[in-house]
Design a protein around this ligand. Structure first.
Ligand SMILES: Nc1nc2c(ncn2[C@@H]2O[C@H](COP(=O)(O)OP(=O)(O)OP(=O)(O)O)[C@@H](O)[C@H]2O)c(=O)[nH]1
Ligand SMILES: [Mg+2]
Length: 437
């Protein structure tokens, strides 16, 4: 799809910087570059050094590096220019004015360059969303996950499934068209088996979405335990600042205190909670305990702190719990279970052992294999709808209804990669992008 307008935007952040990058894309790009450079000769894909001039008064605007990408070999698939000017606010402002003064040019909307790339078939929607994730990435694991999905493997998988459905659809459509010929029974059996297999593959793939959610939103770790055992002290030590109040008074922490941190390249949401004093009659403390229990339930990993082995409530322990016996600088009961890690938050004794165990546990929860990992909640919803339609298609004996369910499933799966799309869906996806991308 060709864009009539030529769009432009600053692709780097606005402000004082070493370099500012402008992107200009559309049919007038080449002419704009020729005008700005006073007719300098240039070769596609080759960067060149040039002065750029205001066409109104021939004033030198800046000296810069420039490059021209000829359609379709550009990010957007259209003729595109990139200008690398000095990173000055004054240059950015004047260039905006100058570029806007060319005929049929306008400022790009956020994500519009990428939207053009999609509309021109340069990227499918899964790649578009991976680019958005890559720009958002703040941790190593988020970067790796986004890059892994940017190569289009996810789209290939969805397209393969879609093609299988199209094939089955073709059998059924043919049978409706020639309805005096009964559909051969073995064809129905074979297609039902194919649908079953597809549903199983889809369900398996959906199960990988949990990892991506954790990598993007962060792994939730809750510190829980009885009052005064050193939960807030541990929280402060892990985050490296005195955010939570520590005191010798039991019941100091009432509300949940959160911190987001990067542990070994993984985003982690750490919560300190109120001490679990089940006997309390204090209304506020009770509320705090309710919150603590809720946070513990939602946590991917729990750090269960005790300061006395007698206070260990095994009902609170599962595979995702690390039990820490704190305050071993005071007294140390050596007869402890090997699953309990003795530490002293105060002196740091044995803290490294705990830290290694914690990192191992985080990696277990966050590692994604070489299999294709589902990267967006949107795909999960679409695949769940697809599975529902396929289930209905298997259940019904009526060929026309079967066909309708499979057709809906095919459309839904096509919406993941953008084979089938609605403008509202595109608006939603591209609105998450920044200007200039
Ligand atoms: N000796 C010793 N004291 C510690 C250690 N860790 C924490 N404490 C002390 O234990 C007391 C309680 O610490 P907090 O971190 O406030 O305990 P908490 O579990 O958050 O308590 P609540 O918020 O009331 O549930 C404070 O006086 C800390 O200084 C430790 O490793 N050794
Ligand atoms: Mg506390």
């Amino acid at each position: 799809m060709k864009n009539k307008d030529t769009i432009f935007a600053l692709s780097s952040a606005y402000g004082k910087a070493g370099v500012s990058v402008f992107r200009i894309s559309g049919p007038a790009s080449k002419e704009i570059l020729t005008t700005l450079t006073h007719g300098k000769k240039f070769t596609p894909n080759k960067m060149f050094y040039t002065g750029i001039y205001n066409p109104k008064n021939d004033d030198l605007l800046d000296t810069c590096m420039a490059v021209f990408f000829k359609s379709p070999h550009s990010y957007t698939g259209e003729d595109t220019i990139e200008l690398f000017t000095h990173g000055s606010i004054a240059i950015v402002d004047i260039l905006y004015k100058v570029l806007g003064s060319f005929k049929n040019t306008r400022l790009a909307t956020p994500g519009e360059f990428t939207k053009q790339a999609f509309l021109n078939g340069r990227l499918d929607l899964t790649q578009v969303e991976s680019i958005a994730d890559l720009i958002e990435a703040q941790t190593e694991s988020q970067r790796k996950l986004a890059l892994k999905n940017a190569n289009g493997d996810e789209a290939k998988l969805y397209n393969q499934w879609r093609q299988k459905l199209v094939k089955i659809l073709a059998w059924y459509e043919a049978s409706i068209d020639f309805s005096d010929n009964e559909m051969p029974k073995d064809v129905i059996e074979q297609s039902n088996k194919m649908l079953h297999d597809l549903i199983n593959d889809m369900k398996k793939h959906i199960s990988t979405s949990q990892i991506a959610t954790r990598i993007k939103q962060g792994l939730n770790i809750a510190i829980i335990g009885k009052p005064n055992v050193g939960k807030s002290s541990l929280f402060n030590k892990i985050i490296g600042e005195n955010k939570a109040i520590v005191s010798s008074i039991a019941g100091t922490t009432r509300d949940v205190i959160d911190a987001t941190l990067d542990i070994e390249g993984f985003k982690v949401n750490l919560s300190d909670t109120a001490g679990l004093n089940e006997k309390t009659t204090d209304k506020i403390e009770k509320k705090g305990i309710q919150k603590a229990n809720k946070i513990a339930k939602l946590a991917d990993i729990k750090l269960y702190v005790i300061d006395n082995i007698k206070n260990l409530d095994y009902k609170k322990v599962d595979n995702d719990t690390i039990i820490l016996l704190n305050k071993i600088d005071k007294k140390h009961n050596m007869n402890i279970d090997k699953n309990i890690i003795p530490i002293s938050v105060k002196t740091g004794e044995n803290f490294n052992t705990f830290w290694k165990i914690l990192i191992k546990k985080i990696k277990e929860k966050m590692s994604f294999s070489n299999d294709i990992t589902m990267s967006q909640q949107r795909y999960k919803e679409a695949l769940n709808t697809t599975i529902l339609e396929l289930d209905n298609a298997i259940k019904t004996q009526q060929i026309d209804l079967k066909t309708e369910h499979i057709r809906l499933a095919t459309e839904t799966i096509g919406s993941i990669t953008g084979e089938v799309y609605f403008n509202e869906l595109l608006d939603e996806i591209f609105s998450t992008f920044c200007l200039g991308k």
